[in-house]
Design a binder for this molecule. Structure first.
Ligand SMILES: *Cc1c(COP(=O)(O)O)cnc(C)c1O
Length: 369
């Protein structure tokens, strides 16, 4: 195959779809003379929180920093040995955010069908040092938040949502990002709402935490040049904020386009042994990734690559087995998922013709067996 492969995600196609709006946003910022934490950031914080339907937004440098500062704002990681429970089947960024706050990640296994934190296994991860639970809404689907919140509340633990893959997903009618005490978003270019660079946001409806986060993201400054407490540099820049403002009005339609592709895959894929993504009852999935599983994943991946489909694997090595985070914990569901998951191309601009190529290539694997 000599034609360009069909990519798993495609930030260039996103840019091209919104080229004029993004260009105008960039020009407006260039001409304004305000380049970091200015009126575009403030406006985007308001617009994003309004779109979510709750809370205050605090723009930060990226999604990992959003997790870091959310934990810091709650004072988590300040005591040696503070533990934060999360999943190992996630982007390593989830664990990196915990690490940045000075806390220790403790990994809980996931549900077989949704790949999100298994509430039935949560309680046994809790120790006297546990301070928080970070629930990851993986691949675009909400974790099972009601039992997670219930267990956390009984043990006095803070619940933080990692929404980096879940912009717009719903849990029992409520948007993710409005369910925990704080929620963390990433605007990395491949996310459902992506910038042309890095960006992130913490959302919370707690006014005190909001104020704390504003200090933490910029040297602890309450006013310029005077630090009132610890602080870092994790600012959202005006170019990214303006670009995100230009794209936000299209996010719901983009998510609907992803869902239409998922429905087409669901109807068209017919390969023995292929497990299609399941949507938990009460969930609205936003299909950040379209993740199937197959026992012969590596062969299927190679077959697709040969046929012009650049499928991906999210993620090949669970965090608890990576050299930086190896814990000796046994997480059988996570470890099996890492061997079997395969991400098929999905992004709003993926054409019907390309979707057909993907479906045919997957279905043809039978012949390659
Ligand atoms: C992308 C991602 C992050 C981190 O976001 P960055 O902006 O890349 O730092 C965190 N958690 C999950 C689940 C992600 O997919």
């Amino acid at each position: 195959m000599t034609q360009t492969p069909i990519l798993c995600g495609n930030p260039l196609a996103q840019y091209q779809a919104h080229r004029a709006d993004i260009g105008a946003a960039i020009q407006r910022v260039l001409d304004s003379g305000r380049y970091v934490l200015g009126p575009e950031t403030t406006a985007f914080e308001k617009e994003f929180a309004a779109w979510l339907g709750a809370g205050h937004g605090v723009g930060v440098g990226n999604g990992t920093e959003a997790l870091h500062l959310a934990l810091r704002a709650c004072g988590i990681g300040q005591q040696p040995g503070d533990e934060v429970i999360t999943v190992s089947h996630t982007a390593v960024a989830t664990a990196a955010g915990i690490d940045l706050a000075g806390a220790k990640p403790v990994f809980c296994d996931v549900e077989e069908s949704s790949f999100t934190l298994d509430p039935a296994l949560l309680e046994r991860c809790i120790t006297p040092r546990t301070r928080a639970v970070i629930a990851v809404h993986l691949y675009g689907q909400a974790a099972d938040m009601d039992p997670i919140l219930d267990i956390a509340n009984r043990h006095g633990l803070t619940v933080i949502e990692d929404c980096a893959q879940g912009h717009g997903a719903r849990y029992r009618g409520r948007r993710v990002g409005t369910l925990g005490r704080l929620a963390c978003f990433s605007f990395y270019p491949t996310k459902n709402l992506g910038a042309i660079g890095d960006g992130g946001m913490v959302v919370t409806s707690d006014a005190e935490l909001t104020a704390k986060l504003r200090l933490l993201r910029e040297y602890g400054w309450a006013e310029r040049y005077v630090s009132h407490g610890e602080g870092w540099n994790s600012r959202l820049d005006e170019l990214q904020a303006a670009i995100l403002r230009a794209k936000l009005p299209f996010l719901d339609a983009d998510n609907a386009a992803r869902s239409a592709i998922a429905a087409r895959y669901q109807a068209g894929l017919r390969l023995d042994g292929l497990v299609l993504p399941a949507v938990r009852a009460g969930n609205e999935h936003v299909h950040h990734l379209y993740v199937v599983r197959h026992a012969r994943r590596d062969e299927l991946l190679a077959h697709l690559q040969k046929n012009g489909v650049a499928a991906g694997v999210h993620y090949p090595v669970p965090v608890h087995l990576q050299p930086a985070y190896r814990t000796g914990t046994d997480l059988p569901v996570t470890e099996r998922a890492a061997r079997e998951v395969l991400s098929l191309p999905i992004y709003p601009e993926l054409s019907a013709e390309e979707q057909r190529v993907v479906i045919d290539a997957v279905n043809a694997f039978r012949g390659a067996a």
